[in-house]
Structures are given as C-alpha cells and as structure tokens.
Design a protein around this ligand. Structure first.
Ligand code: ZN
Length: 72
C-alpha cells in the first residue's frame, strides 16, 4: 500500500471515531443557537433546519445509521 492510501485510511478511522464520540455538530444555518434572528436582531423564530434544537447530525453518523438500518 502506498503512504497516501494509509494516510487516507487513518484519516477515515479518526473521522469515524470522532463521529461516534461526538455525533452532533452545530447547525450551519443558526450556528448552534436554534434561533433565527430577524434583521433587527430583536425578534427571532426557531430555526427550521434543526427545528430549534441547534444541532445537526454529522454526515459520518448519518451514514453509519443509514448503513445500520439497511441491514436486516
Ligand atoms: Zn438551526
């Protein structure tokens, strides 16, 4: 195996472990606050992307759950 492949595999392994330990990341639209501010900055409504929770499931975790649910 070439060093490039080994590095890619190591990076994938590290990413898999971090997705397992920290499955959530801050929502990109509201940056983790769960609120969407009006242009005035005083009024707000719950963020529609994360339903006000302020978090999103990381793509690695999402893939793992997809894979797990498709197996019988
Ligand atoms: Zn959000």
């Amino acid at each position: 195996m070439t060093p490039l492949v080994l590095t890619a595999l190591a990076a994938l392994a590290v990413y898999a472990v971090t997705c397992w330990l920290w499955p959530f990341a801050a929502c990109r639209r509201c940056s983790g606050t769960g609120k969407r501010r009006s242009p005035s900055g005083r009024a707000w409504r719950p963020c529609g992307r994360c339903n006000g929770s302020g978090r999103r499931v990381r793509s690695g975790r999402w893939l793992a759950e997809l894979f797990r649910s498709e197996r019988p």
